[in-house]
Write a protein that binds this ligand. Structure first.
Ligand SMILES: Nc1ncnc2c1ncn2[C@@H]1O[C@H](COP(=O)(O)OP(=O)(O)OP(=O)(O)O)[C@@H](O)[C@H]1O
Ligand SMILES: [Mg+2]
Length: 252
């Protein structure tokens, strides 16, 4: 097993009386893809939001490479190397694909490299941005405004924007949502490549994609951890069948 890069210990997020995430324990490993699945409202997005500082946890600890990072702000998580994409598209539609990635790269390097401060830093940011576009296969779209590319390409662009922040961990929230079959296949191939180099945490409802891609899977229900295991064991687990699938064998 590769190095554990990100870990949650007894992590909870309560909204008033609602336990969106409750005493959750999980470890994510480098150079692998770990999927989080569960019914609507299970707390999957909440988990990602807490793991990248979008919201503070109510309780619990987040460790990144063994260091306690609980309570850091989202930009601090980003600069440490924890990047995320959102369930709903989060791109600037009027900007070009390259500009979108430049904005993301700027987020990582922050104040030390002001985009407009010097020609050198601007070139540096542009290089990071165009490398990120190349990684997702969108080099040919660099100068196209984001509103003019297809929906599938927009979701690829979102992954490029995460890559432009130079992460070690990618938290991806439903990157295939709303896609047709062909577009999903493109993302699956992309994630197969990326998981060789990054720690990927994937929240996804497309079970075919999840089974094809996952090194580990976690099932969560009502904010709680149900099981973490390899794909074949998850498929066969009666608890999963009952709690997540309502005994509907056909879903698996
Ligand atoms: N900002 C918020 N304020 C109050 N409640 C919230 C907030 N965000 C999420 N919740 C609640 O927390 C619970 C978990 O929501 P979450 O979005 O994490 O679920 P999910 O597993 O991502 O679902 P889906 O598959 O539909 O995306 C839900 O009951 C939701 O209504
Ligand atoms: Mg969600």
């Amino acid at each position: 097993m590769s190095e554990c890069v990100l870990q949650a210990e007894n992590l909870s997020k309560h909204w008033g009386g609602l336990k969106a995430l409750h005493e959750f324990n999980i470890k994510f490993y480098d150079k692998s893809l770990h999927s989080i699945v569960g019914p609507n409202g299970a707390g999957k997005s909440t988990l990602l939001n807490i793991l990248c500082g979008t919201y503070p946890a109510t309780k619990g600890v987040i460790l990144y490479k063994g260091n306690n990072v609980t309570g850091l702000k989202s930009y601090q998580f980003c600069r440490k190397g924890i990047g995320r994409s959102f369930q709903k598209t989060n791109i600037f539609k009027a900007s070009t694909c390259l500009e979108n990635c430049c904005i993301a790269a700027q987020q990582r390097v922050g104040g030390s490299f002001n985009l407009f401060k010097s020609r050198q830093s601007s070139q540096f940011i542009k290089q990071i941005a165009s490398d990120a576009l190349a990684q997702v296969g969108l080099s040919g779209r660099a100068d196209t405004v984001a509103s003019a590319i297809s929906y599938g390409e927009q979701r690829q662009l979102e992954i490029a924007m995460v890559l432009a922040t130079d992460p070690q961990v990618l938290l991806l929230d439903e990157p295939m949502a709303g896609m047709g079959h062909e577009e999903s296949l493109t993302i699956i191939e992309l994630l197969k490549q990326l998981k060789q180099r990054y720690c990927i945490v994937l929240v996804e409802h497309d079970m075919d994609a999840v089974f094809e891609l996952s090194d580990l899977m976690t099932v969560m229900v009502d904010g709680q951890h149900l099981i973490t295991d390899v794909v074949d064991n998850i498929r066969a687990n009666p608890l999963v069948q009952e709690a997540y699938l309502g005994n509907d064998d056909e879903v698996f």
